[in-house]
Design a protein around this ligand. Sequence first.
Ligand SMILES: [Zn+2]
Length: 113
Amino acid sequence: MALFRRLAHLFRSIGTETHQADALIFYLRCDRCGEVVPIRVNRRWDLLQELDDGVTGYSLHKDVLGAQCNALMRMLVLFDNTYTITRQEAEGGRFVSQAEYDAYRAGRGAPGD
Ligand SMILES: [Zn+2]
């Protein structure tokens, strides 16, 4: 039981460490079908360090598959060492804003759609 309590405590502390600041979200619109896919990223786990005499920045590579078609989208985001985005590229889709994602979801849910 003592071990279980320690584990439970460990899981709780991992949970509280994952606070909002580490969470990033991107939206990609599929070139083929127009689906907008949200991509949730934790910068603590999902980013690769770019090393050159120390950490010069971070990069994020993700393959993204929507639910509507089987076209694969690929995204690449580069950050500097303060986690500021310096470059964003997508293949098979394009980055859209959260507003566009909300509009996409509202459109799909509209009566008569
Ligand atoms: Zn698609």
